[in-house]
Design a protein around this ligand. Sequence first.
Ligand code: SF4
Ligand code: SF4
Length: 268
Amino acid sequence: MTRSLELRPRQRIRRTLLLVSLLAFPVTLYYFSPALIIMAGIQGVINGSFVVFAAMFVLSPLLGRLFCGYLCPAGGLQDCVATITTARPRQGRRNYIKYGIWGVWITAVVLVYALIDGHPRLDVLYETEHGVSVMAPQSYIVYYGIVLLIVVPSLIGGRRTFCHYLCWMAPFMVLGTKLGRRLRVPGVRILATPDRCRACATCNSACPMGIDVRAAVQTGGIFDAECIQCGSCVDVCPAQVLSYRMKGGTAGGQRTQTGLRDPRLVKP
Ligand code: SF4
Ligand code: SF4
């Protein structure tokens, strides 16, 4: 019998966390801002979004993309949109669009901070009103602009399209996770016992990122960079094929036909 995702306590907690994060978005917006980090750098300031992006990269070898699955306000917003459309966005090369955007942007950030004369000053609350991002009426124009940037692609392209194509935060965690695996840092993984799989594809339907989980299971786990480690596939699987584990390594395996890395081919 198929397990209902709605009944799983972990998924209830996850959705609650995402909803709280979404409701707090007017407060936290500037701490995720790709523009404010450049404005701050020009003024010789290390701002809140600098600290947040650095934390994402530094923690990702351990935590992977758990932030995307459990805490991201943009993720919460897109999961709300998913109640309207459950279409899967086209993937493949399109997923690399965000790396192109990120590459141009991070180059600008590095240049701005490299050109600071003297030591930068730490001001985590930079440009906020006592820590709150959106207070003044004009700030709401920026806020709703960002909301539209997240909502419209998902309405047109399908579930979590913004995460797939546009997110400037995902590359920090993807690169940090890959580096952690390369260095064999123990981190959160979703691993599988392929022999148990009944090939029912219930996991595919549950995956908000449109990953072919059923195929990935045959490689021993989910090693797709698009996986946000939400655990939906873990919780919906009727055969308990998948589970969260703390594990080191898995990078360096050979690519399978699905383009995923096969941990069985990784040297110990
Ligand atoms: S992993 Fe579980 S849900 Fe997915 S195809 Fe196999 S048995 Fe079905
Ligand atoms: S593969 Fe599983 S854990 Fe990863 S995004 Fe899809 S449902 Fe979530």
